[in-house]
Design a protein around this ligand. Structure first.
Ligand code: SF4
Length: 346
């Protein structure tokens, strides 16, 4: 015979149960088309470590509805490195960085084509062409307009261009030459922006995204977690990306590089990264969510858990830092029982 004390859950257990139900209920609300509130988004970022699995399970219901168990792969090509006049504090290629990064102007056609071949061989669907710049100059625009049709015709890759701030006219030219998508990250919240960059504004970045959208291309825009922002800042960024209607969200975790103003900043635990990924999934349920730079150093052995809410990763190296070998990423996807997909949304 059990006593009343034996059968009644402890207050701790009952509060845990009720929070677990809350995440599940929140996922049900999202699946019914409701937007989550700022308070709910903050509750996700405050989820205790012991409840992360419940949070991820709830987030997985959303991921599964829109993306099944597929994982989309992206391949980055740093087509021009260093030499940037901007002062983004996290960036090793900025004018105020002393980091020893390679410095070169936009690569010649052969090198860009060789990289496209590698991207295709690694099973990537999208080739991300990145230059370090405030915005592209005429020479860089012409180089992109020349190479994009060639890469698409030869390898059938989708092209995402990351060229900095764009005018509307430049956005129209990119659309005309076959660029499918433009990456331009918000990086952090509007309130926190001046703390990480002084040479351009958050509004400048939003304006570029609007030009991309109005030119008829997809918007890829995300951010970097771990730059001294508050939970409110992270939620604001996730909600601004939702309101802008971006199709693809790369979430980076600061890989603080010696020689940059954020050198030595290492505030994130693997659980912090998982909470952030989950919150982005709840706020942007049907948007592609990519675990991007810093995943190896911050998520470490929990990287695979991130894919229960995110649905894409970069393969290969990042702009100026090494990523893990592509074979390890394929193994991780297989171990999860997920599959690499070769087209967006299928
Ligand atoms: S504009 Fe881009 S390349 Fe230049 S400093 Fe900022 S992040 Fe780095």
């Amino acid at each position: 015979m059990s006593t009343e004390i034996d059968s009644a859950p402890s207050s701790l257990e009952s509060s845990v149960d009720s929070r677990e139900r809350d995440f599940d209920q929140l996922a049900s609300d999202v699946l019914e088309g409701k937007s989550i509130s700022r308070e709910d988004a903050l509750a996700i970022l405050n989820c205790p470590d012991d409840e992360i699995l419940s949070l991820l399970a709830a987030g997985f219901r959303i991921r599964k509805r829109f993306f099944g168990k597929t994982v989309q792969l992206y391949f980055l090509m740093n087509a021009k490195s260093g030499l940037c006049p901007e002062d983004c504090h996290y960036c090793s290629q900025s004018k105020i960085s002393d980091a020893p990064v390679p410095k070169y102007n936009i690569l010649k056609r052969d090198k860009l084509m060789d990289a496209a071949k590698i991207a295709a061989e690694q099973g990537a669907k999208t080739y991300c062409l990145v230059i370090s710049a405030r915005g592209p100059n005429e020479r860089e625009m012409t180089a992109v307009e020349t190479i994009v049709p060639e890469i698409k015709q030869k390898y059938g890759l989708d092209i995402c261009a990351c060229l900095g701030l764009l005018t509307r006219e430049q956005a129209d030219r990119l659309k005309a030459c076959g660029v499918d998508r433009v990456n331009h990250n918000l990086n952090t919240s509007e309130d926190h922006y001046a703390d990480i960059c002084t040479t351009h504004t958050y509004a400048d970045r939003v304006q570029t995204l609007r030009h991309v959208r109005d030119a008829g291309m997809e918007m890829c825009s995300g951010g970097i977690i771990g730059m001294g922002e508050t939970h409110d800042d992270i939620v604001s960024m996730a909600m601004d990306l939702r309101d802008l209607g971006v199709q693809s969200i790369p979430l980076n975790f600061l890989n603080s590089i010696d020689g940059t103003p954020l050198q030595g900043k290492k505030d994130l635990s693997p659980q912090d990264c998982l909470r952030a990924l989950a919150m982005f999934r709840f706020v942007n349920p049907d948007r592609e969510l990519r675990i991007s730079g810093g995943r190896e150093i911050h998520l470490r052995s929990l990287q695979s858990l991130g894919l229960y809410v995110a649905n894409s990763v970069f393969v290969g190296d990042y702009l100026t830092t090494k990523g893990q070998a592509p074979e390890e990423d394929y193994q991780m996807v297989r171990d999860l029982g997920f599959e690499v997909t070769t087209s967006v949304g299928d």
